[in-house]
Design a protein around this ligand. Structure first.
Ligand code: FES
Length: 123
């Protein structure tokens, strides 16, 4: 089943900015971030593909030139539009993306479906 949660008005996420959020998946609390990349809205789980640590120190996902995302721990560089690591210790892997949708000016995060609860037949 598809799940979603509201994040913020789209107007509150202008180009070059990011916003973090918390979500759960597979019963685990996780952090994500949404970004406006030159007018394109994207979202990813905030977990580096080298070691699953947050990319940022304080909501500072972009490189200083604003062209890429950077992991503050060991410097992995990610393409912001597709999440692919292009430099650093996780080369070739990609950030886990989350779908975003805009509904009447609000940005929503579409979360991955939860696995079906297992059912055990009663004997
Ligand atoms: S934890 Fe991100 S590059 Fe090492």
């Amino acid at each position: 089943m598809t799940r979603s949660q509201p994040l913020c008005p789209v107007a509150d996420l202008p180009p070059g900015t990011t916003r973090k959020f918390v979500f759960t998946h597979e019963g685990i609390r996780r952090e994500g971030f949404a970004a406006n990349v030159r007018g394109h809205l994207v979202a990813y789980e905030n977990a580096c593909r080298h070691i699953p640590m947050p990319l940022d120190d304080d909501n500072d996902f972009f490189t200083t030139d604003g062209e890429f995302f950077i992991c503050r721990t060991h410097g992995a560089i990610y393409e912001p539009l597709n999440g692919r690591c292009i430099h650093g210790p996780c080369g070739g892997l990609s950030l886990k993306s989350l779908r975003v949708v805009e509904v009447q000016g609000e940005l929503w995060i579409v979360l991955p479906p939860e696995p079906e609860e297992s059912t055990t037949p009663v004997e």
